[in-house]
Design a protein around this ligand. Structure first.
Ligand SMILES: [Zn+2]
Length: 311
């Protein structure tokens, strides 16, 4: 297995000083990047850690599921599902059954996201293509924690992770308290997700950074859902892992291959749209790994931040 993605990233660099009570906080921690893809078939032939969505896999026939050749993680597809329907269409029982199927048939599932409730303002109020749930942050958090408790009770053997939802730092802390009150020891969890952090404005990025630096010392290694390169530069040192499909959106928006894509890889002479180009995906991953190795996480490159917002 390719383990080159396990880069030692020192976590004692830069950023605002935050109280910490974890004795291991000064030790280098490995950082894992889960490369997002719309193509589940990559699991069987691209040798890097991948994130695939339940929304993509759920459309496949059981006998068409790939066999994974390296560890991967499952996204529950909540951003799309909540945005489109204002709630979860599938029950916890149905989702747990799907996770079990993927775990058995595809294999090497490292963890799966729960059916959590994102807390971006337009996810609740609606706007653009999102219909809005009509609920508030506290209710989204209550539903998120309740779903995790139910999934773990239905399928305690499946690696479904708890996810912290919120918007302001104090709200993420309240979500952590809700888990503790429900008997979940977040400090003992091998992975704890943090959602609603892939925001779009510099001011919101700073709010996300404050949230992450406040919560990180008190819970297991944090996974930042959909964190951009700019986000990693700001607070990647406080995360254990992240994922991104940004490469696909960039390539589709540009209508061209991105970064140092060295042409689409192909297993069988297929052609790819740039939004599904394995070369672009691996080029983006190389950039994340390069920054992790350089130790630039926690030292934001403001030019890069501005470039991303200009897109
Ligand atoms: Zn490409």
């Amino acid at each position: 297995m390719d383990r080159s993605y396990l880069n030692d990233v020192p976590d004692d660099q830069g950023g605002p000083a935050m109280p910490t009570d974890r004795s291991e906080a000064s030790r280098p921690v490995p950082f894992t990047f889960w490369l997002g893809t719309h193509r589940p078939g990559w699991l069987s032939w691209i040798d890097v850690p991948l994130m695939v969505s339940h929304r993509t896999l759920g459309r496949r026939r059981i006998d068409k599921l790939p066999r994974a050749t390296q560890p991967w993680v499952l996204d529950s597809g909540g951003f799309t599902e909540l945005g489109m329907y204002g709630g979860w269409a599938s029950s916890p029982q149905q989702y747990a059954a799907a996770v079990r199927l993927y775990s058995t048939e595809i294999g090497m599932l490292a963890w799966a996201a729960p059916q959590d409730w994102m807390c971006e303002p337009d996810m609740m109020a609606g706007g653009g293509w999102k219909v809005g749930t009509g609920l508030d942050v506290a209710e989204h958090q209550r539903l998120t924690v309740a779903n995790f408790i139910e999934l773990r009770s239905i399928a305690p053997d499946l690696p479904i992770i708890p996810v912290l939802q919120g918007w302001q730092p104090w709200e993420y802390e309240r979500c952590a308290e809700m888990y503790e009150a429900a008997g979940v020891d977040l400090a003992a969890e091998p992975v704890v997700g943090i959602g609603s952090v892939c925001r779009r404005t510099p001011a919101d990025h700073r709010v996300a950074e404050r949230s992450i630096r406040r919560i990180a010392p008190h819970v297991g290694p944090l996974h930042g859902f959909g964190v951009s390169l700019a986000g990693l530069d700001m607070y990647g040192d406080a995360l254990g892992s992240s994922d991104s499909l940004a490469w696909s959106f960039w390539a589709r928006a540009d209508g061209a291959h991105i970064l140092d894509c060295d042409q689409p890889l192909s297993r069988s002479g297929e052609t790819y749209s740039v939004a599904n180009c394995p070369g672009c995906a691996l080029a983006y991953r190389r950039e994340v790994v390069r920054r992790a190795e350089l130790g630039t996480f926690g030292h934001p490159a403001w030019e890069q931040l501005e470039m991303e917002y200009a897109r």
